[in-house]
Design a protein around this ligand. Structure first.
Ligand code: PMT
Length: 413
């Protein structure tokens, strides 16, 4: 499965003859749907020009550690934060040794140190250099630090020798990189996610709705699938592609969403309600288009079913996670919502400040039991992966304790 679609991949290129293959790698990554930015060492620029990689990636190539054009003049931090994953290909023996030593004397080494996203290296060197004890020990050290080593392959080498040390081909590297996103923390679990807005019909052409784009919910569904879960996504009307490996059910109104959730939830281990469900719907829906008449008209509304609360109240309820869209008193309102709906975890976002609804980025304050964690502003995809890890951890802890972590109404949170 290709998990690179929509991912932000930072490609580091170091100074070895295999650097010529980096051009094909950039092309391959972009073909897989990733956005690619490239950082080159000075030695890499001797083998392939930054212009080539700029043309192929569609982004300027970064070479200098001290970059006056970077925001706050800290290009290495910005690039490290931007990346969903960092791949150094080719990674020379010298660069691997520098990585082990934690040196930060050039841009790529500094980015590697600053990067909290998954890091992979694709070694490329002469076979004797690869089997040298120094390199063998360096590789073992990097692996013990959870850096993934992709390759090398065995075969004929640029130096005329034959043996291990060839950089993997672009397709193999893209596959290896894609696998980094498969964390497996929800392997074997069934996850049900709601996303997007609902539409509450007034007449055949008009409806009540909200600004939800579905991005946050789709990102959560994608992250759960990458984590190994079998994911069903129940979505209101949005214009987004279904994430790979996700089973999608489209609905319109809150009552449609309620019915679809209640049918699908029977097999779910985890329910995550990200949808912005309309709290009310018109009491009557006009059969024909309403005509313009009086200067003022009133619309009588009735309450929609609360999907999240209904799921949490099921006798065999899944681990239940809600979202809270708040414009003020975020923590207090979110905790009250968690209590009122009887759910296990709530992810609160402040909306109306350019974040939350219909934005590429978001920030979350997550509350469960006696725990809480802040997730800083970042792309919704990245945020969804962080949230998924937290949900998996709390879900597993609940299983180990042999109980479902239901909110205890007596809690003073
Ligand atoms: O879709 P995007 O543009 O990416 O925007 C993301 C988002 C802002 C919609 C998302 O991050 C978010 O906050 N989703 C919840 C929005 C919301 O309706 O919040 P609420 O505070 O009104 O509802 C609280 C919870 O109850 C939510 O989990 C909601 O799904 C659920 N709910 C609400 C009403 C209802 N009738 N049934 C429900 O299940």
């Amino acid at each position: 499965m290709n998990y690179l679609n929509g991912k932000q991949i930072l490609l580091g290129v170091t100074g070895g003859i295999a650097a010529y293959k980096s051009a094909e790698l950039v092309r391959q990554l972009r073909q897989s749907g990733a956005e690619v930015r490239v950082v080159m060492t000075a030695a890499a620029c001797e083998f392939i020009t930054p212009l080539t990689l700029q043309a192929l990636s569609g982004n300027p190539v970064h070479v200098d550690l001290l970059d006056p054009d970077a925001e706050a003049a800290m290009g290495h931090i910005e690039l490290a934060r931007w990346a969903d994953a960092l791949l150094v290909a080719p990674a020379t023996a010298n660069f691997l040794a520098r990585l082990v030593a934690g040196r930060a004397e050039d841009l790529l080494a500094a980015v590697c140190l600053a990067c909290e996203a998954p890091v992979a290296v694709a070694p490329a060197m002469n076979r004797a250099m690869w089997t040298n004890t120094a390199t063998v020990e360096n590789i073992a050290t990097l692996q013990s630090r959870h850096i993934t080593v992709l390759g090398p392959a065995d075969g004929s080498q640029a130096c005329g020798e034959t043996g291990p040390g060839r950089m993997l081909e672009a397709v193999e590297l893209a596959d290896g990189l894609s696998a980094l996103f498969q964390t497996g923390v929800l392997a074997g679990r069934q996850v049900l996610v709601t996303a997007g807005p609902t539409r509450e019909a007034i007449d055949p052409v008009r409806f009540l709705s909200n600004h939800s784009s579905g991005r946050m919910g789709f990102a959560v569904a994608a992250a759960a699938a990458e984590a190994g879960a079998s994911v069903t996504l129940i979505s209101g009307p949005v214009s987004l592609d279904t994430p790979p490996g996700v089973h999608r059910i489209d609905v319109e109104s809150a009552t449609d969403m309620y019915a679809a959730v209640m049918q699908a939830v029977t097999t779910a281990d985890i329910f995550i309600g990200v949808a912005a469900v309309a709290d009310y719907r018109p009491v009557t829906v006009a059969k024909q288009k309403l005509k313009k008449q009086a200067a003022e008209v009133s619309l009588q509304l009735q309450r929609n079913p609360d999907i999240l609360a209904a799921v949490a109240a099921l006798p065999d309820a899944p681990y239940t996670v809600g979202f809270a869209a708040e414009t003020e008193s975020v923590e207090n309102n979110a905790q009250l919502k968690r209590q009122a709906k009887g759910i296990d975890m709530i992810a609160a976002n402040q909306v109306g400040n350019g974040l939350g609804f219909n934005s590429e980025e978001n920030a979350l304050q997550v509350f469960w039991g006696a725990g809480e964690q802040q997730l800083a502003v970042t792309a919704k995809q990245k945020l969804a992966r962080q949230l998924t890890e937290m949900i998996a951890t709390q879900f597993q802890q609940g299983l180990h304790q042999g109980k479902v972590l239901k909110f205890n109404a007596k809690d003073s949170t």
